[in-house]
Ligand binder design. Structure first.
Ligand code: SAH
Ligand code: SF4
Length: 414
């Protein structure tokens, strides 16, 4: 059986717990957050336009873009003054018009299993309010995965997902998406040539951000342009240089955007499947009413670049008595026929007020065995960071609550 499960952290729990307590809720360092456009997340062309806007002559633009790209994404600087080979005059002009600041850290928590969660605050855009989102880092044997958010809240209302109970506040911009990766690398001491910032938690094992998954808050295909721009920067070979094979975009099933994502982003695809018939999927993942299973699976079959070496991951949350029978497993194998696939079984992570229970462990194993024997890799995803509410589906920011408080304050004043 190819399935391996270990719910108990392998490391010494008390030592980790001590570290977690020491590092839990590190207060944000005071920083200045200005309302200037960011240079983070721009394409080279856009960066060139920004440089031209502060007076860099056209013949120098290409060279300056390469310099800045290196400082931003290889050296990881967050302050123009550190760009040693850029003239002081240009640095000052850039600093007057633009920012390269990291998002503000509201809290930084470390789980007993080493998972880290940051609540990050982004400044108001235009007339909006500041917003908060969550980013999670999951160290594993031989790799480190960063789970990145694409929206504040979500327009969809999957019944088992905490984020789904928070209405959409707004889409994140490309700079805010790339900013999550830069911030995580800062905090992990993951820019080799940069000074490690004060208070950074540097893992003794040297685990770094090797993979990015668009599986935080929000539906990435409902924020297509910003996600595409951000992933282009994250995968740029002369910068952050993450291979597209190490970037996975997870969608609940926005069918019309799937082929476009394959063609224009070229990253690995994950589908939040969770049910194998339309009746149940309509209930669990309501976008299914708009794009039913058959259309979703046809879009998967046609995903550009699909092969046995580049499979689609199907995520399947294990809900006790709801979708976890052996009959479900049989149907799962049937509906996926012909699609190079891997099936990630996710034990349901509870959250306050959730209406489901996680399937019994024996049942998850039986389900996994069946799917595995039918020829599909079917790893059971070890829940990570449950103690700090960082696990799949537990993310929900305070942005909504802020609005409610503000509304109440306004009502009281009126
Ligand atoms: N919106 C996108 C990406 C974010 S969700 C999507 O739905 O695919 C990341 C994964 O966590 C999805 O597969 C989602 O269905 C799953 N998930 C949501 N809530 C969960 C919960 N409470 N327990 C376990 N997995 C959950
Ligand atoms: Fe949104 Fe994904 Fe949660 Fe569904 S599972 S509500 S699409 S974040």
């Amino acid at each position: 059986m190819a399935v391996s499960i270990d719910l108990k952290p392998q490391e010494n729990r008390s030592a980790l717990a001590e570290r977690a307590l020491a590092a839990a809720a590190i207060p944000a360092a005071p920083q200045q957050f200005e309302d200037k456009p960011s240079l983070i997340g721009l394409s080279r062309e856009e960066l060139g336009e920004a440089l031209a806007s502060v007076g860099v002559p056209q013949r120098q633009v290409k060279m300056r873009v390469a310099q800045l790209w290196h400082w931003l994404y290889v050296r990881g600087v967050a302050d123009f003054s550190q760009m040693a080979n850029v003239s002081k005059e240009l640095r000052e002009k850039l600093a007057a018009a633009y920012t390269i600041a990291r998002p503000e850290i509201v809290t930084e928590q470390v789980s007993v299993d080493g998972t880290r969660k940051w609540v990050l605050r982004f400044p108001a855009k235009g007339a909006g309010r500041p917003v908060e989102i969550e980013t999670v880092y999951i160290p594993e044997e031989g790799r480190g995965t960063l789970c990145v958010s694409s929206q504040v809240g979500c327009t969809l209302t999957c019944t088992f997902c905490h984020t789904g109970t928070q209405r959409l506040v707004r889409n994140l911009t490309a700079d805010e998406i790339v900013g999550q990766v830069l911030l995580a690398r800062d905090r992990l001491g993951d820019f080799p040539d940069a000074e490690t910032p004060a208070g950074a938690i540097v893992p003794s094992e040297g685990r770094l951000v090797s993979n990015v998954v668009m599986m935080g808050m929000g539906e990435p295909l409902y924020n297509f342009d910003a996600v595409k721009a951000a992933l282009a920067v994250v995968s740029d070979g002369e910068g952050l240089a993450l291979s597209k094979r190490r970037i996975t975009l997870s969608t609940s099933g926005v069918v019309p955007m799937i082929a476009k994502a394959g063609e224009e982003m070229g990253v690995m695809l994950a589908i939040s499947l969770h049910a194998v018939n339309d009746t149940l999927r309509d209930e669990l993942v309501p976008i299914n009413k708009k794009y039913p299973l058959k259309e979703l699976l046809d879009a998967c079959r046609a995903y550009p670049g699909l092969s046995n070496a580049r499979r689609i991951t199907f995520e399947y949350v294990m809900l006790k008595g709801v979708n976890d029978s052996l009959d479900d497993a049989k149907q799962l194998v049937q509906v996926l026929k012909g699609i190079p696939a891997k099936i990630n079984l996710i034990p349901f992570n509870p959250w306050p007020g959730s209406a489901y229970e996680c399937s019994d462990w024996d049942q998850i194993e039986r389900f996994a065995d069946y799917v595995n024997q039918a020829g599909y890799a079917s790893p059971i995803r070890t829940p990570r960071g449950r103690d700090i509410f960082a696990a799949c589906g537990q993310l929900k920011s305070e942005s909504e609550r802020m609005r409610k408080k503000e509304r109440e304050a306004l009502e009281a004043a009126g």
